[in-house]
Ligand binder design. Structure first.
Ligand SMILES: NC(=O)c1ccc[n+]([C@@H]2O[C@H](COP(=O)([O-])OP(=O)(O)OC[C@H]3O[C@@H](n4cnc5c(N)ncnc54)[C@H](OP(=O)(O)O)[C@@H]3O)[C@@H](O)[C@H]2O)c1
Length: 290
């Protein structure tokens, strides 16, 4: 078995998928991708055959139904991608010497009466269809021997529209923005998450891991920091969740603790502010509207 061959599901178009491909190539891996562009990934026989053909030693599943609000009215498709696909991977990989890294979300937590970062041992209670389907995906993989599930959160990064790029677009067009200030989470750079993913893969980590940048923020903190780093005069007005109508209910608090990563591998993720600065400074031109 070639120990340097990896397969990234969603590697061509997904925000995290693209970061995994970049990191994999930079670290000398032979990288293959599989996505919608290749066929129907939610078809069991297709998926099984593609995995057999590529014959990787590790698969990263960065495919997900990530449209949190749309999922409320499109449950069937969210279930297919977030629950059924991991279920299929569990069956296909059960007897193969392939290690799997799968991704989940802080939205498996409710944030109710909570102000301490969540650990991998804390009870889940998703508030949305997205959160529930992602939790079902985690559970589908819980019996696989050679699998790590990385819960991450509030991603920003190259290659796809995200909260930060959207805020910077609006901030260049308007004098003021209103942003929710009473939901708290763990902003995370896809580049850093990719690095954590390879660290866990190399150590053959098994089970649940929280993988986010250090620190915590509200959406308003994240937007304000991005606007400041981009050197814009835009006023970012803090508002409450009740004044920003969204279809899906989000946790008020879903900060994730990365203590397990630190205890097992001595790895302390850098603060999100530092990661955000790198993302913005390296992508100034792409983030500018023309
Ligand atoms: N983004 C966040 O803030 C965030 C927060 C917490 C956890 N996560 C988790 O982190 C992981 C990566 O998220 P991301 O933000 O990188 O996701 P993303 O940018 O939305 O990418 C999702 C990928 O899944 C693919 N996909 C979706 N439905 C598909 C289908 N039916 N068939 C084939 N491919 C399909 C997309 O392909 P197309 O481009 O063709 O649609 C894309 O490649 C996910 O597990 C997500 O749940 C993300």
């Amino acid at each position: 078995m070639e120990e340097k061959k990896i397969l990234v599901l969603g590697g061509k178009t997904g925000m995290l998928g693209q970061a995994l491909v970049k990191t994999g190539l930079a670290q000398g891996y032979d990288v293959a991708t599989l996505g919608r562009e290749d066929g129907d990934m939610t078809d069991f026989e297709f998926l099984k055959e593609k995995i057999r053909q590529v014959n990787p030693h590790c698969i990263f599943n960065a495919v997900a139904y990530t449209a949190v609000d749309n999922a409320e009215d499109d449950e069937q498709n969210a279930v297919t991608v977030n629950k059924r696909l991991p279920e299929m991977l569990a069956v296909i990989l059960k007897d193969l010497p392939v290690y799997l890294i799968h991704y989940s979300t802080d939205f498996v937590f409710s944030g109710r009466q909570r102000n301490l970062p969540y650990t991998e041992k804390d009870s889940t209670e998703p508030l949305s269809v997205y959160g529930a389907t992602k939790l079902a995906g985690e559970q589908a993989l819980s019996k696989l021997d050679s699998c790590a599930v990385l819960r991450t959160a509030w991603l920003f990064g190259e290659g796809r529209k995200n909260f930060v790029s959207t805020i910077l677009k609006f901030a260049q067009e308007r004098d003021a923005l209103r942003v929710v200030a009473d939901q708290f989470g763990s902003p995370t750079y896809t580049r850093d998450l990719a690095e954590m993913s390879f660290l866990i893969m190399k150590n053959h980590g098994v089970g649940l891991f929280h993988a986010v940048n250090s620190g915590q923020a509200s959406w308003c903190d994240l937007a304000s920091e991005a606007v400041k780093l981009f050197n814009l005069p835009t006023f970012v007005e803090p508002i409450e969740t009740k004044d920003w109508v969204q279809k899906a209910v989000r946790p008020k608090y879903s900060v994730l603790s990365t203590q397990k990563l630190q205890q097992l591998y001595g790895y302390v993720p850098r603060p999100w502010t530092q990661a955000l600065q790198e993302y913005i400074f390296e992508n100034m031109e792409t983030l500018k509207i023309r």
